[in-house]
Write a protein that binds this ligand. Sequence first.
Ligand SMILES: [Zn+2]
Length: 408
Amino acid sequence: MNFLKRHFKLLAAIIAVLLFVQIPAASAASISELKGKQQQVEQQKKQLNSQISQKSSEIKSNQSKQQQLLAQVDQIVTQISKTNGEIRQVEKEIGQANDKITKVKAQIDELQKKIDERNALLEERARALQASGTVTFLDVLLGANSFVDFIDRFSAVNTLIEADRQIIRDQKNDQQKLEEQKTVLENTKRKLEEKQAQLENLKASLNSQKQEKNRLMAELEKEQQKLLSEKKLLEKQYSEYLAISKDLENQIAELQRQHLSKAQSSGKLPVSTSGFMKPTNGRLTSGYGWRNLGNGPEFHYGIDLANRPGTAIVASADGVVTYAAPLSTYGNVVMITHNINGQIYTTLYAHLRSFNVSVGQTVKQGQKIAEMGQTGRATGPHLHFEVHIGTWRGQKAGVQNPLNYISL
Ligand SMILES: [Zn+2]
């Protein structure tokens, strides 16, 4: 981006100088018009870009909300299946309790039947004894052969009756125990049914939670669709502006080419046949190409010529000043565009303490343009000198080893 800005600044400078020199006002208006349009387009692009990144972050946050919800739904589903398992277990236990209750009931009924039968038997015997008075009983007793026999028979009858009563008492006892067992079982069953009801409630609540989360999820998905389509629209607008911007750039470049050729044909950009000269009196401290100043390998796009601060720097060939301003780590910079036997070159002079030329000015080879310094990123006073084929389009574009053009 910085590079682009610089690039535009330079482009503007080149255009300005060429316009200044010789371009009719009508053309000037159209170039500045194009430039104005381009600025507007750049503004629009910037705005769209920030809107797009805003949408992107909204989409991201929506995604993370969806993920959170999904995790919550997963948890709820796990709880539901756990609850279902518990419900099944409780149902099984209730079934078992029911079976036991049924069995105990049957046992109670069985006992009741036996008690009833024995009661009936006893009543019948008592009635028989009553109906016939003591006759039958006496008959039994009178059938005795002796007193001892009589006593024996008497006790036997008594014992029989007593035994019947004892059996009934025992059966009643057993029945009572079974009733108690039944009560315990019914209590257990009731508790299990309460638990079942609680579990069913829990399940219902979990299901409604799940439904709520699913509803939220659907909302988020809808919102996400909306955001995505909005972003798509913004991106479409951006690409339209990008195309417009490209088109404007091409138009400006085309106009610049026309201006450059007019400047050349009218002689305002002097044609030199003498080539380049050493731009300052200094000793070569760093050549063109790869070097390492301690920050890892880097490419050196020019040569360094060192001398005392203030040493005069001269135009390396006839030309037009196309840049005269600070430029990033280069410090103060002058650029001169030359026509050497019909070939366009641009020379660059950096780290200048000061310069005494301005954009659009025609300079002659050997004319003083600046003084040596160490502005920008420089460890000592020196001139950083670059040679490019064509106009300046960045460090790399058309860059040449200056030592192929000048001799030291
Ligand atoms: Zn350098």
